[in-house]
Design a protein around this ligand. Structure first.
Ligand code: SF4
Length: 701
């Protein structure tokens, strides 16, 4: 393949996997082969990479790549495909209104792609039916932040994990899911032996290797722990009374905390006391949380239960202190900033606030803006199945595998009037159902920006040409916008121009009081964009070292942080005689999402190379299971086959199954077929860790 890569130079880009957002040097080794190294100058990783990052060069093969558009399975040219997409969307909108169409996008999209998709759907089509697979990942954190802080703003920085004297990982297997951040934590703990780490997780995960205390919380019991902590903070007189002048809702939150039953945490009184002793006795504490908190029918409340404790003690937005939500995908945070969820506008503006809507509409010179939030992911596919949505465009995600009740999602797509899929490959369960399949440029072939979990915006840069006629997503979306009748609004000639427009919009947001203001970059030209170095926003922050809320100033109308009363609720499904096992789903260390990229790297497949079901030895004995037997997990939604992995890392009555395998990679292994599409009422995030199943021996190993 021809490339921009000269033998002696490397291109600085960003890893396309997780929200740590590591900087990557993409160059050539001595033999002239494409090679990858960690970027020593990137502030997220300082040269480190994890197993997935170091294997990136092995995933660049083109065998399965989509090289030309396809309509009903037949290769065609771009003009034919794009004309068809524009015509069918326009026709549906004319006949059924703008809410009869939808975009379902992805945290894999670059910010510029997201920006164009949002502008097209919200400003010009006039619907808010654009949602993202980040809904499955961190929507509860977004909702919790907005309730407590007034905006979806992450208060702290990665350095806080290194500066803390106590790091609590709750619902976060940082070792496998954010490995380089975990490496930084391991190094910090080695350098400062007095540092303590607590892991709160029903499973004994790899992150427990450095834990001073592992608390095997009952599924859904997290809010009960943090309520118990809040009550104890108050009982011991450990609140920060000066900081509480900047916070409302303390009395109500405390009353709810006192009323909740600590036993619902599943922990013993001694375990709870040990946790409270550590947390209250350590001023510099960071509480890291992720999918174990978010993926719950009460995820938003769990987030606020954590935030309550930090607000009550003023441990927020100061070095080594704060709650810290780590995002799953490479650009989940950029998607949040650019308004990529059905209930948001760009730059932390609020879709349902008339002044914000009017300002964005004026900036875009847009004909129509929706006045209410659109359909969130689960609602969107339900509406598709019920025929309320007639046309959907799915971009870089595989909902037939990753959505809860995945079989119903597949049926909805099979029955839909018009399905467009943009992807780098045709080999996904979702791409196979597309009427129109659009070939997109992949990582290392496209230009743009991403934002990681600590608000660091970094460039992704192209080093290789895209195969065939594959194109960047922003360009495909803009082409459709032009063909739908808005040539001026979608008339950019480069990705740098898209970024510059986004930066200019952030100035409008800044004038409305938004904290997300990068408008000093509005005049950026192509060369400056090409050279843009990673930066954490707020840019050039002198106050609070780039952290938020430590000064007691929040983004709520009264400027105060909000504590919320939280009444713990367990998962919606309850184990019973017919379905006695609680099903926990999650990631493995070396695979990513539905494996479209990582499965190409042989060494990544060597670690846990097939679907498995972690089950406790007592349960295995009762079911007559031997090591390596195949088990069948089932509930009324379907059945899945996996290899039994007998381990006391899970508790009796609970099983863990990874979420990566697909019908393409292992038949009968899409675990999300068994996950109920129950959602958090505030965030709309599905409860991916709380369904129930029965298990039986399927075959000998
Ligand atoms: Fe990529 Fe995340 Fe690994 Fe960094 S930690 S190399 S961003 S997968």
């Amino acid at each position: 393949r021809r490339s921009r890569l000269a033998p002696s130079e490397a291109i600085r880009t960003t890893c396309p996997y997780c929200g740590v957002g590591c900087g990557v040097l993409l160059g050539r080794d001595g033999a002239g082969r494409i090679a990858v190294k960690g970027d020593p100058d990137h502030p997220a990783n300082f040269g480190r990479l994890c197993s997935k990052g170091t294997a990136l060069a092995e995933t660049l093969g083109l065998d399965d790549r989509l090289r030309a558009p396809r309509v009903l399975g037949h290769e065609t040219g771009w003009d034919t495909a794009l004309d068809l997409v524009a015509a069918r969307f326009s026709e549906v909108i004319r006949e059924h209104g703008p809410d009869a169409v939808a975009f379902y996008v992805s945290g894999q999209l670059l910010t510029e792609d997201y920006y164009v998709a949002n502008k097209l759907m919200k400003g010009f089509i006039g619907s808010a039916n654009i949602d993202t697979n980040s809904r499955l990942c961190m929507a509860s954190s977004v909702a919790g932040h907005r309730r407590a802080f007034g905006t979806d703003t992450v208060p702290g920085l990665y350095a806080d994990l290194e500066e803390a004297d106590l790091v609590v990982l709750t619902g976060s297997n940082l070792a496998w899911c954010h490995p380089v951040l975990y490496q930084r934590l391991v190094a910090a703990k080695a350098a400062r032996p007095a540092m303590r780490v607590v892991v709160i997780d029903p499973r004994r995960t790899a992150s427990c290797d450095i834990a001073d205390l592992h608390l095997a919380v009952a599924p859904g019991g997290d809010a009960a722990i943090f309520n118990a902590l809040l009550a104890e903070i108050d009982r011991r007189g450990a609140t920060d009374t000066a900081f509480l002048r900047h916070v409302t809702g303390f009395a109500e939150a405390l009353a709810a905390a006192r009323a909740s039953d600590p036993a619902e945490s599943g922990l013993s009184p001694a375990e709870l006391e040990a946790f409270c002793d550590l947390w209250i006795g350590t001023p510099k504490v960071v509480t890291v949380y992720s999918q174990g908190i978010n993926q719950s029918s009460s995820g938003t409340d769990k987030v606020n239960a954590i935030l309550n404790c930090h607000l009550a003690t003023g441990r927020i937005g100061r070095p080594g202190m704060g709650p810290f939500s780590v995002t799953g995908q490479p650009n989940a945070m950029g998607g949040r900033e650019v308004g990529g969820l059905a209930n948001m506008l760009a730059c932390h503006l609020d879709l349902e606030a008339p002044a914000h809507r009017t300002a964005v509409q004026a900036f875009w010179d847009a004909p129509a803006m929706p006045e209410r939030a659109g359909l969130k992911a689960v609602e969107m596919f339900r509406a598709l199945g019920e025929g309320r949505i007639k046309a959907i465009w799915i971009i870089h995600t595989n909902p037939v595998v990753s959505m809860p009740e995945a079989d119903a999602v597949r049926a909805a797509l099979e029955g839909a009037d018009f399905v467009v899929v943009s992807d780098i490959t045709e080999c996904t369960d979702t791409a196979r159902l597309a009427h129109v399949l659009l070939p997109a440029a992949a990582w290392a072939e496209k230009e743009g920006t991403v934002t990681n979990s600590e608000r660091c915006i970094s460039r992704q840069r192209a080093a290789l040409p895209a195969p065939g006629s594959a194109r960047p997503d922003w360009e495909i979306l803009a082409e459709v916008g032009r063909r739908m009748g808005w040539p001026a609004a979608f008339g950019w000639s480069s990705v740098a121009e898209v970024f510059a427009e986004y930066a200019a919009l952030s100035g409008v947001a800044g004038a409305l009081g938004s904290d997300f203001d990068i408008s000093d970059l509005a005049g950026i030209d192509a060369a400056e964009y090409d050279a843009l170095a990673p930066f954490v926003w707020p840019r050039n922050a002198r106050k609070n070292g780039g952290r938020f809320f430590g000064d007691g100033r929040f983004h709520t109308p009264d400027g105060k942080g909000r504590m919320l009363p939280v009444t713990p609720r367990g998962p919606e499904s309850r184990p019973g005689a017919a379905f006695p096992f609680r099903l926990n789903t999650g990631r493995t260390r070396d695979q990513w999402h539905t494996m479209t990229r990582t499965a190409k790297a042989p060494r990544l497949n060597q670690h846990l190379g097939e679907p498995y079901c972690e089950i406790h030895p007592e349960d295995a004995a009762r079911l007559g299971l031997g090591a390596g037997d195949l088990v069948r997990l089932h509930n009324p939604l379907g059945a899945v086959i996996a290899r039994a992995a007998i381990s006391d890392a899970v508790r009796p009555g609970e099983v863990f199954v990874p979420m990566h395998w697909t019908a393409e990679t292992a038949s009968a292994a899409r675990i999300d077929t068994l996950v109920r599409a129950v959602t958090d009422p505030i965030s709309g995030q599905p409860e991916s860790k709380g369904s129930v199943v029965a298990i039986e021996r399927f075959a000998a190993g």
